[in-house]
Design a protein around this ligand. Structure first.
Ligand code: ARG
Length: 578
């Protein structure tokens, strides 16, 4: 049961070819929704100039071509030319009814199963012994939604959580761990309040020369593979894993320890990365550092911009590690597509890494790397959200606050619900709201974090969508034992609009998988919920005559299923009652 546009597009294309010859094969049917019909084709206007014919005449010829003529009666109840040459197509009620029945019988509610690709998704990537910030939150939420959508479309998704678990800060972090004592309350802060631990280590490093000396020696020991140092490092990583997992479980995110592939994973690969680039003549030494200079990458005053792969002190950089991720994701993980769901400002970094990998032959032409650029989460002053009521932001506290705000909103709007119900709903609504805020705007644009707006019952919020699902469930409960099945009869305009919207679900999910833009699914679900709400107000369900009643119950169930599945793909829970 393809959508209306997926049904009509090939027909209009075929008609264009029939009317104007094979050179117009695959012509764009330029279909869009219209006020005057289910769909409008603007193809005649697009073709008129090239054909040297008035657009209305072009439209006439398309409409008279065999393919479009065959639509009349069964598929379309009206095909009309209007204005300067628009072709208005209105689907027949019986076609819509059968399409809705087929959708209701389809376990995948119209979502296609695509030919499977292996998609590696790099997302979340917080840093050990540091607080996760709202940027990490957003890549986690967006990456997880993409993973769910791509899996649902039939792809094999390999999650890679590229945590920051290596580098010079570990010198001071390990020394601080020793100072406070392994297992001490201060050490355990890494699990609950990593920033406080990190800041204390930092202060010692800045203020106490002796500490700084020890920290630097510790970095050397770590890099040299000293067993005791590695054990202490492992301890910090383990504590951080507990912290990350606590956040992931609070968020309902699908990442597990099996998905961890932190920076340290690539340590052993880094010398080879450099050697191969030197052997291939791609890397050269400049001012003591091993660098790759690439065509087209220039900095200020047109000076060539290097990708530094080994610093003059012998240390490797962030770019070297990312070159290693490309090699491993292509060779071992056999990626067809590699998504890097990371901050928008890292665009240049990734471009340079990929260009280097291409030159080195590590990134074959048929493997597509994609930067899913993550935009900023802002405070009311439109600065990056970093503090909350004056104190540095703790992500867990922010999530608690979201749940508390949801609880407040439920207390206010739904006083009829019992205490237990509100307690169960608050996390579903609060966490859903945080995730939906990240997902419903284009992933690369910034937005202002405003909890009150996010948990509102009205507007494009997850709560509105959750409420719509609960409403469909409540109608079905009231309908009693009678199963929601039977012929779908489409007579009212609200029924027509609802069926048309339901039929679009599969296309939208496919589009999200292709374009990697979860906000398209949010927009769709919001519009579907609004369309359902109009249907619900205009078309009596439970008190309707039997054929209409059964039909409307099918549409109600289908709407609930599509909304719930859509929210599930976004990683948002759907309560039965609200
Ligand atoms: N850990 C980094 C940060 O916190 C993000 C890493 C993103 N992934 C990558 N492959 N570079 O900024």
């Amino acid at each position: 049961m393809p959508s209306a546009s997926a049904t009509l597009a090939p027909v209009v294309s075929a008609a264009i070819e029939e009317a104007f010859g094979p050179e117009h094969r695959d012509a764009d049917p330029v279909l869009r929704p219209s006020q005057f019909a289910d769909l409008q084709s603007n193809a005649a206007l697009a073709l008129a100039k090239g054909l040297g014919m008035p657009p209305r005449e072009v439209a006439q010829r398309i409409v008279e071509a065999p393919s479009v003529r065959a639509l009349a009666g069964d598929v379309c109840e009206s095909i009309e030319i209007s204005g300067p040459g628009f072709i208005n197509l209105t689907l027949g009620g019986s076609w819509l009814g059968s399409a809705a029945e087929a959708l209701a019988a389809d376990a995948r509610t119209g979502v296609p199963r695509e030919s499977p690709e292996r998609v590696v998704i790099d997302y979340s990537a917080p840093n050990v012994a540091k607080e996760m910030h709202v940027g990490h939150l957003r890549t986690t939420v967006v990456g997880d939604a993409l993973a769910r959508v791509l899996e649902h479309l039939g792809h094999t998704v390999v999650r890679q959580n590229h945590i920051g678990d290596w580098g010079t800060p570990f010198g001071m972090l390990i020394e601080h761990l020793l100072d406070v004592g392994e297992g001490s309350a201060e050490a355990l802060l890494v699990e609950t309040d990593p920033n406080t631990f990190y800041q204390a280590a930092r202060r010692n490093f800045d203020d106490e020369p002796g500490f700084a000396v020890r920290a630097r020696a510790r970095v050397v020991a770590l890099q040299g593979g000293d067993p005791d140092t590695l054990r202490l490092w492992g301890e910090l990583v383990d504590l951080s894993k507990h912290y990350f997992n606590a956040i992931y479980s609070r968020l309902g995110v699908s990442l597990t320890d099996a998905d961890l592939a932190g920076e340290s994973t690539y340590n052993a690969d880094l010398p080879r990365v450099c050697d191969e680039l030197v052997e291939a003549g791609i890397a050269t030494v400049s001012d003591g550092a091993l660098c790759v200079f690439l065509d087209g990458f220039t900095g200020r005053e047109g000076k060539p911009l290097p990708l530094i792969i080994r610093k003059s002190d012998g240390g490797y950089g962030y770019g070297t590690t990312d070159l290693a991720t490309v090699r491993r994701r292509v060779r071992d993980l056999e990626a067809d597509r590699m998504l890097y769901v990371i901050g928008a400002p890292q665009a240049l970094h990734l471009q340079m890494v990929w260009a280097t990998a291409r030159r080195a032959g590590w990134l074959p032409e048929d493997v597509r790397p994609v930067h899913v650029r993550i935009g900023n989460v802002l405070d009311p002053d439109r600065k990056i959200l970093k503090t909350r009521s004056g104190a540095p932001l703790r992500l867990m506290a922010l999530l608690d606050e979201a749940v508390a705000t949801a609880r407040g909103a439920l207390d206010e709007d739904r006083p009829g619900l019992c205490e237990d119900e509100r307690a169960t709903l608050a996390p579903q609504v609060g966490i859903g709201a945080v995730k939906y805020a990240d997902l419903s705007v284009a992933h690369d644009s910034g937005y202002v974090f405003d909890l009150d707006r996010m948990v509102a019952l009205h507007g494009n919020t997850s709560r509105y969508l959750q409420y719509a699902v609960a409403r469909t469930r409540s109608v079905l409960r009231k309908a009693g034992a009678a199963p929601a099945e039977g012929p779908v009869v489409v007579t009212e305009p609200e029924e027509r609009a609802l069926v048309l919207s339901l039929l679009d679900f599969g296309d939208v999910v496919g589009e999200v998988g292709r374009e990697l833009e979860p906000h398209r699914l949010c927009t769709y679900l919001f519009e579907l919920a609004q369309t359902f709400s109009v249907f619900y107000e205009q078309c009596p369900i439970l008190v309707a005559e039997p054929p209409a009643r059964a039909s409307r119950l099918v549409l109600t169930r289908l709407t609930g299923d599509v909304l719930a599945r859509g929210l599930h793909l976004l990683g948002i829970e759907t309560p039965e009652t609200m």
